[in-house]
Design a protein around this ligand. Structure first.
Ligand code: FES
Length: 264
């Protein structure tokens, strides 16, 4: 089927397409709205983010509060800032500047345009040459910082196998929450590992792999990241959903609404 693009100059949503083009942006918009409302609410709670709740020997830590700066540097509590705020600005900045993330929110939230060959109305777009969109060029710097966050996620990943029955010494175990944290950590790692900027760092600036230092290893790494990169959109959504669900699960268990079932 051939689509005309003349509608793009016309009204918002005007198109000759007869398929369900609106379904994808509508689903993305709904996911974004639900996530933003829940994440904002959870970040403002400053409680129920560890399981067991409030214990210095916790097994699960909500990813919204990782790393727990208020635990490592108790003096920062003097700033009277919600603990989650020390952390969440980074994943927000990283996702907002993500190459795929831009496509997702431009289509679903800003509808500019909502889909291929669908009108976006009379809106000026000057590319990423002026504020605020020029800030998208900072993505690579957010990548360096988010790599540190991923390391903390792996630290809490291993903590999720450590239980303290009756506040006694730690013992190895595994519960449903462990699986939730494993899913969150692995999917976040795949999302960051499939990043376009990461792919460029690995091999995008090399003209000749065999001439470059460590060429063979770089070539293999670049091929691996390139393979992951084709699923970047999938990892974007999967990691967004699992990070939200990990907080919800830990919060519900800490509040006593859900029970964390231990396998062993
Ligand atoms: Fe999406 Fe870097 S391009 S995380």
């Amino acid at each position: 089927m051939a689509y005309t693009t003349s509608a793009m100059k016309d009204h918002l949503g005007q198109t000759t397409r007869s398929d369900t083009w609106w379904l994808n942006p509508a689903a993305m918009a709904l996911t974004f709205v639900v996530f933003v409302i829940y994440a904002t609410w959870a970040a403002l709670q400053s409680d129920f983010y560890t399981y067991p709740r409030g214990s210095e020997h916790y097994t699960y830590l909500s990813p919204f509060y990782s790393p727990p700066f208020q635990e490592y540097f108790p003096n920062i509590n003097a700033f009277k800032i919600f603990p989650a705020f020390w952390v969440v600005w980074l994943p927000i900045a990283f996702r907002l500047t993500c190459y795929y993330g831009r496509k997702a929110y431009f289509r679903s939230i800003m509808m500019s345009p909502p889909a291929c060959a669908v009108g976006k109305g009379e809106r000026g777009y000057r590319g990423e040459t002026a504020l605020p969109w020029i800030l998208n060029n900072m993505h690579r710097y957010f990548l360096y910082l988010i790599a540190v966050l991923v390391v903390f996620h792996w630290f809490h990943f291993f903590q999720a196998f450590r239980f303290f029955p009756d506040h006694r010494a730690a013992e190895f175990g595994m519960g449903v929450g462990t699986l939730v944290i494993v899913a969150d950590t692995v999917l976040l790692t795949l999302y960051v590992g499939s990043c376009h900027s990461f792919r460029h760092i690995i091999g995008g600036n090399v003209d000749c792999f065999s001439c470059a230092r460590g060429g063979e290893l770089r070539h293999k790494s670049w091929k691996g990241v390139s393979w992951l990169n084709q699923y970047h959109n999938l990892f974007f959504w999967a990691s967004l959903i699992t990070v939200g669900f990990a907080d919800l699960y830990i919060r519900m268990c800490a509040m006593g609404i859900w029970t964390d079932v231990r396998f062993f």
